[in-house]
Ligand binder design. Structure first.
Ligand code: NAD
Ligand code: ZN
Length: 347
C-alpha cells in the first residue's frame, strides 16, 4: 500500500489552503482507514479557508480539513471486527468521548467533549482518512456516490426537519442554503402541507423550488404575509426551521409563528444577535437547538428516506477534481451553487 498521500491542508494561520503530501495514517486499535472517493464542501470549510474569527479561535494548523465524504474501507486497526475491506462507507463527523452522561444515555450528539473531524483533528479532504470504528457508517451501494458525499450535511437537515412532527403542518424555513433546501425536500417527503422557504438569493430560492418547496419568498423584495395569505394561512406557521444564521430571519420567524408553534434552530447566529424572547413567551413557542445529528438514528432515517424516493440530486451544481479545489471554494464564496463535489480519484 502507498505510504504518502495528497491532502488539502490549512498549513498556517491565515487565508487559503494548500495541497500537500503527508504520510498515509496508520489505523491504531479500534480505528479504521478509509480511502476517500468523493467529498463535498461545507460552509465550515469555507470559514476555515477564509480564516474568519471562528476559525482563528478554533483551528490549530497544520490541519487537513473536510468532514463530508464517501469512501471505502482500506484497512482495519487491531480489534475492529465487522467491516470488510472495500466496503462503502461514510462517517459521523463528531467524535465523542463515549463516557459522559449524555454519551452513556444514548445522546452522544450532546457529548460534552465532541471533537470534529476536519475541525479539531485531521479531516477527509485527503486520499485517506482515519477515524474510530464506531464513527464509520456503512452505506448501501444503491445510493449515488455523490449524494453520500454530503451525508453529513443531509444529516443536519434531517435532524432539524424531523425534530417535530411536520405531517399536515405549515413549515417556514429561513435560509435556502444546501441545508435549508434539503430540509424543504425532507418536510415535503414527510407530509408537510405548505413549505415556504425564504432567502435573499434568487439562485438558491430556485433550487428550493426544484427540491419541493411549495413557495419561496425573497425577503429583500417580497412579503411573507402575501405568501401566507395566498395559501390561506391565518394563524401562522406550525413549525419553523431557522437555517440561515441571520437574526433578522429569526426575528421574522418568531413574528410569523402561530401560538404554540415549534422552532428548530440550526443556523449559527452572529455574536451580536439579539432575540426578542417575549415573542417566545407570549406565543408559548417551543425552541430546540440542533447540533449535528442523532447517533445513529438520524443516519438510519437518511438511508430510509432515500430508499423511499427522496431525491437530493437537484442540489448538486458543481463536480470538480480535488486539484480544482480553488474553483469549488470560489463557487461556495459566490453563493451561486448548491453542493460542490470534489472527486479524489488519483491516476
Ligand atoms: P449557507 O450559508 O449556505 O446558507 C444560508 C442561507 O441563508 C444563504 O443562502 C443566505 O443567503 C440565507 N440568508 C441570509 N440572511 C437571510 C435572511 N435574513 N432571511 C433568509 N435567508 C437568509 O449555510 P448552510 O450550509 O445551508 O447551513 C445553514 C446554517 O446552518 C449556517 O448558519 C451553518 O453555519 C449552520 N450549520 C449548523 C450546524 C449545526 O450542527 N447546528 C451544522 C451545519 C451548518
Ligand atoms: Zn461524551
Amino acid at each position: 500500500m502507498q505510504t504518502d498521500m495528497v491532502a488539502l491542508v490549512k498549513e498556517k494561520a491565515g487565508p487559503g489552503l494548500a495541497l500537500i503530501k503527508k504520510p498515509v495514517p496508520i489505523p491504531g486499535p479500534g480505528e479504521v482507514l478509509i480511502k476517500i472517493r468523493k467529498t463535498a464542501i461545507c460552509g465550515t470549510d469555507v470559514h476555515i479557508y477564509n480564516w474568519n474569527p471562528w476559525s482563528q479561535r478554533n483551528i490549530r494548523p497544520p490541519l487537513t480539513i473536510g468532514h463530508e465524504y464517501v469512501g471505502e474501507i482500506a484497512a482495519l486497526g487491531p480489534g475492529v471486527p465487522g467491516f470488510g475491506i472495500g466496503e462503502r462507507v461514510s462517517g459521523e463527523g463528531h467524535i465523542v468521548c463515549g463516557h459522559c452522561r449524555n454519551c452513556r444515555a444514548g445522546n452522544a450528539q450532546w457529548c460534552k467533549d465532541t471533537k470534529g473531524v476536519g475541525v479539531n483533528r485531521d479531516g477527509a479532504f485527503a486520499e485517506y482518512l482515519c477515524i474510530p470504528a464506531c464513527n464509520v457508517v456503512p452505506v448501501s451501494e444503491a445510493f449515488p456516490e455523490e449524494i453520500v458525499a454530503f451525508f453529513d450535511a443531509y444529516g443536519n437537515a434531517t435532524h432539524a426537519a424531523l425534530m417535530y412532527d411536520v405531517a399536515g403542518e405549515d413549515v417556514l424555513i429561513t435560509g435556502a442554503g444546501p441545508i435549508g433546501v434539503m430540509a424543504a425536500a425532507i418536510c415535503r417527503k414527510n407530509g408537510a402541507r405548505n413549505v415556504i422557504v425564504t432567502d435573499l438569493n434568487d439562485y438558491r430560492l430556485k433550487m428550493a423550488r426544484a427540491m419541493g418547496a411549495t413557495a419561496t419568498v425573497s425577503v429583500s423584495r417580497d412579503s411573507l404575509d402575501g405568501a401566507m395569505a395566498r395559501r390561506h394561512m391565518v394563524e401562522g406557521f406550525d413549525v419553523g426551521l431557522e437555517m440561515s444564521g441571520s437574526h433578522l430571519a429569526l426575528d421574522q420567524m418568531l413574528s410569523k409563528m402561530r401560538n404554540g408553534g415549534k422552532i428548530a434552530l440550526l443556523g449559527i447566529l452572529g455574536e451580536q444577535a439579539r432575540v426578542d424572547l417575549n415573542e417566545v413567551i407570549f406565543k408559548s413557542l417551543t425552541m430546540t437547538g440542533i447540533y449535528g445529528r442523532r447517533m445513529y438514528e438520524t443516519w438510519y432515517k437518511m438511508g430510509a428516506m432515500l430508499e423511499a424516493g427522496l431525491d437530493l440530486s437537484p442540489l448538486i451544481t458543481h463536480r470538480l477534481h480535488f486539484t480544482d479545489f480553488e474553483k469549488g471554494f470560489a463557487a461556495m464564496q459566490g453563493g451561486l451553487c448548491g453542493k460542490v463535489i470534489l472527486d479524489w480519484s488519483v491516476q
